[in-house]
Design a protein around this ligand. Structure first.
Ligand SMILES: [Zn+2]
Length: 74
């Protein structure tokens, strides 16, 4: 049985949900185990990976041309 990672939008608690594909197609609304809220959304791991690598690239391109840079910069 596949598992899905969900996060509660009320208290940010992450939890795993076990459901069949048929159950998910019928509109799965898992309940937060902590606050019993149904305001939950599925977590996709690839989103975090894309955001992390992009942020790192931006930072590495910044140094070398700031106020602290030596003569000859730019
Ligand atoms: Zn919650």
């Amino acid at each position: 049985m596949p598992t899905y990672e969900y996060v509660c939008t009320q208290c940010q608690t992450k939890f795993d949900v076990y459901a069949t594909l048929a159950e998910k197609e019928q509109g799965l609304r898992p309940e937060c185990p902590k606050c019993q809220s149904q305001e939950t959304r599925q977590v996709f791991a690839s989103f975090a990976m894309i955001g992390g690598s992009k942020g790192g690239t931006d930072f590495t391109m910044m140094p070398g041309c700031g106020p602290a840079a030596g003569p000859g910069c730019c």
